[in-house]
Design a binder for this molecule. Structure first.
Ligand code: ASP
Length: 593
């Protein structure tokens, strides 16, 4: 019996269930897998929505025998219950199959360079070379769909909070965010260049001057940094700016945004408000400004426990004004001496001179420290300072305070990793606040902003007097599971204060005029107090997916050398284009990779 077109229902490969039994359907998709079972041909047909099993009788549809993986086909057929015992409960469509009545091959596929199915390990350079095939793989389809839901949740939430999404230009001058700018030569203004924005920072501030009150943008940013693992030269931020906010107002909006994102996109309820730590506390207790709060093992200063110690190494460190930083590992006393040796080696690989440990076993105390170092009183203090009890281990590192905290923080993460405490399905957010306004460039020792030069000093630091490194900023970072998601600040809106900050940073009056004249001018026309933040979309999605690589969250990312190996970018341009731009290439041809 033939069906008229209007009786045939177009369906996706993910939707048919027993409810559709008896219906004639038209399915289109890719051949996912084929199986020849005693005269009948089973084809799994795949599209973005799922997989449906099609059964062909090769006698009536001989073309079916020629189907290969990734061919694109249209099939009509009747939905029917699968024979008892052959159902697949893991598949949404696993109760039914479609008995094919017609088959049209819409396009053939060459044999793909890697299988599209399952979680087969494929070399990343091959994946990126054939990204359109890689993106067909279920994991990538899920990642890109999740990213869509994340961005949609952000838009919906911020819209409901009265934020307007406003685009800012891509061809601009410069935003001093700390990295190099990508530059674009201007044909109409030979010898002059645009820069691609490192962020919309100055434009969003100008939108506040313009009275828009609450702005956001899913903003593409460009930074010409040196290639580093898991960075991209272009990335996406949730960029936000508000007028008349306190620091808490910005943080509350972002907590609401993150809660909406995790609820809508992942079905996870976050607890708000998030934990808040001062920058100093984060350094002292976690040895980093990006603490991972999924587990305890907080660092503490064990120097008081060893005051007056006869153990020479610790005594010398304390005499030199250094610190002994320690932490407790619950259950750590069960470690073997070999384990402790391996941990010591790990600490030394990270730059420590050694690692001292004490195992508070039920059968007595064992330690790498000599007996003289561990009197009853010292042990009691170690227990009370670290909170360690019977069955736990205590670790200690001695040296210059900040460096030793950093090392200890590293070892804390290492031990947590070994114990499986860094569970990617647990989401521990925190804010780090009370940052310094300035820091020193580790190489040049020049004063530089800890965030960016538009960050307002904290109350008490506005006079900018005294040691610049002691000044505090109204700057906050959002951290998730030990990863910084982004930074924000209350901004300077007073042109005089902004000029003084530029001066302190070493800009000449002329440089200030040239680079920021427009901003200072705008501030002279009634700029409202304002502040904001930007969070990295790629990173948020990566953490939600539990992947280490932001490349897995971007449809068409660059590789680790910032190349697009599929389209061949960066690439040379036509000599004619260079002539038009009055540009001459001065690179030996072989260096142009
Ligand atoms: N523009 C800053 C950045 O991209 C964030 C901000 O201060 O809003 O890091």
């Amino acid at each position: 019996m033939t069906q008229s077109a209007d009786q045939v229902r177009r369906a996706t490969c993910g939707e048919l269930t027993l409810d559709a039994a008896g219906q004639v359907v038209d399915l289109r998709g890719w051949v996912h897998a084929t199986r020849d079972h005693g005269g009948l041909l089973f084809v799994d047909l795949r599209d973005r929505f799922g997989v449906t099993q099609i059964v062909f009788d090769p006698h009536s549809l001989p073309q079916a025998s020629e189907l290969r993986s990734e061919d694109v086909v249209a099939v009509t057929g009747v939905v029917r219950r699968r024979p008892t015992g052959t159902e697949n409960p893991k598949l949404a469509t696993g109760a039914i199959e479609v008995g094919a009545q017609s088959l049209t091959v819409l396009n053939r596929s060459k044999t793909p360079p890697f299988p599209i199915r399952g979680d087969v390990e494929v070399d990343e350079s091959l994946r990126l070379r054939y990204r359109y095939l890689d993106l067909r793989r279920p994991a990538m389809q899920r990642a890109i769909a999740l990213r869509h839901r994340v961005v949609k949740a952000v838009r919906d939430y911020l819209d409901a909070q009265g934020f307007l999404e406003i685009e800012t230009p891509m061809l601009i001058k410069q935003t001093p965010e700390g990295a190099r700018d990508f530059v674009v030569p201007s044909r109409l203004h030979p010898g002059l260049f645009y820069a691609l924005p490192q962020s919309p920072q100055l434009f969003k501030q100008l939108l506040m001057v313009a009275g828009f009150h609450r702005y956001f943008q899913i903003a593409r940013c460009f930074r010409d940094e040196d290639t580093r693992a898991d960075r991209q030269p272009e990335f996406t931020q949730i960029d936000v700016e508000m007028s008349f906010p306190t620091q808490d107002d910005v943080m509350t909006v972002m907590e609401g945004t993150m809660a909406a994102v995790f609820r809508e996109a992942l079905g996870v309820e976050l607890t708000t408000p998030f934990v808040r730590l001062s920058h100093a506390q984060a350094q002292a207790e976690y040895g980093t400004d990006k603490p991972d709060l999924r587990f305890g093992m907080r660092l503490c200063d064990l120097s008081p426990a060893f005051a007056g110690t006869e153990f020479k190494i610790f005594a010398a460190a304390l005499a030199a004004g250094q610190a002994i930083i320690g932490w407790a590992e619950p259950g750590g006393a069960a470690r073997s001496r070999r384990d402790f040796d391996a941990l010591t080696a790990a600490a030394m690989e990270r730059g420590a001179a050694g690692l001292a440990w004490v195992a508070l076993g039920s059968d007595g105390v064992k330690s790498s420290l000599p007996k003289v170092a561990l009197g009853e009183e010292t042990l009691a203090r170690l227990r009370s300072l670290t909170g360690a009890g019977d069955g736990d281990a205590v670790y200690m590192l001695a040296g210059e305070r900040t460096a030793t905290q950093t090392l200890a923080g590293n070892m804390r993460l290492h031990i947590a990793q070994l114990r499986g405490l860094r569970d990617p399905k647990t989401f521990a957010f925190c804010w780090v606040v009370d940052f310094p306004l300035f820091e020193r460039d580790p190489e040049t020792h020049a004063l530089m902003p800890a965030h960016h030069p538009f960050t307002a000093p904290a109350p008490g630091s506005e006079s900018l007097s005294g040691d610049p490194l002691a000044l505090r900023a109204q700057h906050y970072d959002l951290v998730l599971n030990g990863t910084e998601l982004g930074s924000g600040s209350i901004r300077i809106h007073d042109p005089q204060l902004q000029r003084r900050i530029f001066e302190l940073l070493g800009y000449t009056a002329q440089q200030v005029e040239e680079r920021f004249g427009f901003l200072l001018e705008a501030f002279a026309y009634g700029a409202p107090p304002h502040g904001g933040i930007a969070l990295g979309v790629d990173r948020i999605v990566a953490l939600m997916l539990g992947t280490d690589s932001i490349r897995d969250t971007i449809a068409f990312p660059k590789n680790q050398r910032f190349q697009d190996v599929m389209i061949g970018a960066p690439g040379p341009v036509e000599p004619a284009a260079l002539r038009e731009l009055h540009l001459r290439i001065d690179v030996p041809p072989r260096a142009q990779t």
